[in-house]
Every structure is written in C-alpha cells, then in structure tokens.
Ligand binder design. Structure first.
Ligand SMILES: [Zn+2]
Length: 362
C-alpha cells in the first residue's frame, strides 16, 4: 500500500500550529555540499546533518531559496530558469534520484515558477512530496504545464498539492511543516482579495528547532498592499514576523519595503535575490536607503552569488556566508524608482536616478 510518510498532525496541534511532519526516510539522500561552479568556491562550507541550512541560490532575476535540515529538503520558488536551478541542485548533490520534500511557489510569476519545471523533468527522477501554491487562475501555458505535472503526480498518489489559501486544509491561516532536524517552515496564507499577483504572495517563516536561535521571513514579491494586510490580520503576532534574516520582498524593489515593515521584522541581515542585469532598476535606491536607515546590511545574489545561512545544530550563532565577499553593495542595474508610491522615500535623491526603461512588474 502506498502511503505518504508525512503525518498530518492533529496530534501535534498542542505543540505546533501544524500540518505536516516530515518522517525520516532511510532512502533519503542527505544534502551534500560540493564545490561551487566556476571558481571552486565553497557554497557555505561543511554541513552537519542537523544544521539548518538556507541557501538563497544565485539564479538570476527571480527567487529560489533552498532549505535543508536533518535530511529534509524544501524549496521556496524555483527562479526564472530551469537550467540554472538544475545546476544549483546538481552542485549540492540534490539534482538526481533524491527527494524534495516541500515546494512552495510564492506566487504565479515566471521568475518564481519557471525553474520549478526542472523538478519534474523525468531524467532527474526527483520525488516531490508536497507542493504549496495559491493556485490562482492563469492563462500562461508554461504555468499550466507545470501544474499539469503536479496534478498528474498528485493523482498517482505521489505528491500532495496544497492551496496556500488554506495551507493545512483545515481553515487555519498558518500551516507548520516540521523538518527532520526539528526546524519548522510556516506556510502563511496570502491576502485573498488582491488582484495583483505580487500581493498574492504566500509568505514562509523559517524557524530553527530552538526558535530563540534563528528565524527568517520570506514574503515573495509582496508589496505594500499585502504588507498592510499582514498587519490587519495579525501576522506580526501569529505566526510572528520578527526575524533575524529578511528576504527582501520583490527583489529589492522600493514597493516591497517600508520603515514600518523593517521595524516589525527587525532583521539583522537582508538577503536580496536579484539579477545583475534587470529591467526594473532593482535594487531600487529607495530600498537600499530604507535598509541603511534601519541599520541593516544586505547581501545580494547578483554580486555575492549564492548566500548561505547556517544555524549549527551543535549550538552557537548562525552565520551568513556569501559565495563572493562584500556587503551592502551596489549593482549595475540599481536606480531610484520614479513611481509615485516610492517618491517620498529618501532614495529619490540618489544621483543615478533615471526613468525606468520599461514598465513591467515581474
Ligand atoms: Zn519576482
């Protein structure tokens, strides 16, 4: 009889908000840290099995964040390019004949879902156990094809496909996934009423086994409208948005950050997933000004490559290690946004301000 080894966790409701516990599987392949592409750069150094390791992968203009803990593997978004995601998984020994326990697609934009197609390429023989996404209607054929692959596996009983608007399937807004090393992923319902795909971003909070040691907040491409909605529905209290590390919303766009948001999350470090050449001017000068004003340094994938956060199981402080050194760097596409909603932000006066080359919202 085929049964998912995931235990749906009403029994754990007393200790976590939960939904899903990732049971230990003998066949599972542990994440292996190997040499990075190109210059022999280590992607974050050696890893003990119980460490919580979060890698913001360098995949160009998009998002792909890989989380490993105790042999469990989760991926939040897949970036804009199948080959780029496949190469990053290969470099970590996760590209073939292994299991990706959880995939969260934050929202239905190509720079987040295109790379996920690689997980379903038959030559890779990857097993994907859970997929969370908002399942919003889309006319995009590529997304439809990806969803067909997910649905086909779900029908065969190989995969569970969850709507992030009801992530645990029980009406609660937060679904907690416990990884084998004890770390937790909290999948957080997006704003149900927004018509803007960015403001339909599903947030994920990553919590170390000892929650006092590390938390990270990722909210896809959420813009101010959804950030305000998070406040309205009490997310700052439950699941709690305070975090040691913040993934910059919307690739460092000025519409993905406010002083209030930074005060709420109160991060010690911001990680930005952004392409070196992008049409949007990311990172916007206003966003960098906001991070500076809050006293938070940033790393960015276009300059720093893959960025690795490690919370050692043995104790001690978490570390943030860029593939290439340098913090709070500028990038070649950075400019001040001229959009009205960012005009009041201090970065408007930045010397390299110029008009956007093209108006698109990735
Ligand atoms: Zn995006």
């Amino acid at each position: 009889m085929r049964r998912s080894p995931l235990v749906i966790a009403a029994v754990l409701a007393a200790v976590v908000i939960v939904g899903v516990v990732l049971a230990r599987r003998a066949s599972h392949r542990t994440a292996v840290v190997t040499t990075g592409p190109g210059g022999g750069t280590s992607l974050g150094g050696p890893t003990a099995p119980g460490d919580l390791v979060i890698r913001m992968l360098d995949v160009g203009q998009g998002d792909a964040t890989l989380i490993t803990n105790g042999g469990s593997v989760a991926l939040v978004d897949g970036g804009p390019d199948q080959n780029a995601l496949g190469a990053r998984l290969d470099a970590l020994g996760l590209g073939h004949d292994t299991t990706i326990d959880v995939v969260v697609l934050s929202h239905a934009h190509a720079d987040h879902y295109m790379g996920l197609r690689e997980l379903f390429a038959s030559r890779r023989r990857l097993k994907v156990r859970y997929v969370f996404e908002n399942r919003d209607a889309s006319t995009n054929r590529t997304l439809a094809t990806l969803r067909d692959s997910i649905i086909a596996r779900a029908r065969r009983g190989e995969l569970t496909y969850r709507d992030s608007d009801d992530p645990c399937g029980d009406g609660r807004p937060v679904c907690t996934i416990t990884m084998r090393g004890g770390a937790r992923l909290e999948v957080v319902r997006p704003d149900p009423s927004s018509k803007d795909p960015n403001d339909r971003s599903t947030a994920v909070k990553i919590v170390a086994a000892d929650s006092s040691r590390f938390t990270m907040w990722l909210a896809g491409d959420a813009e101010r409208e959804e950030l305000a909605w998070f406040d309205q529905v009490g997310y700052p209290t439950q699941p709690g948005m305070r975090a040691d590390v913040l993934k910059a919303d919307h690739h460092g766009s000025c519409n993905g950050v406010t002083a209030h948001y930074l005060a709420e999350v109160h991060p010690r470090r911001v990680l930005v997933s952004v392409g070196a050449e992008n049409d949007y001017g990311h990172m916007h000068e206003q966003a960098k000004a906001a991070y500076r004003a809050a006293g938070v340094p940033w790393y960015r994938t276009d300059r720093n490559g893959t960025i690795t956060v490690r919370v050692p199981a043995a104790g001690g402080a978490f570390t943030v290690t860029p593939e290439h050194p340098g913090e709070s760097l500028d990038g070649q596409s950075d400019r001040a946004s001229t959009s009205g909603e960012c005009r009041s932000m201090t970065g408007d006066e930045a010397p390299n301000a110029q008009r956007p080359r093209r108006r698109r919202r990735p």
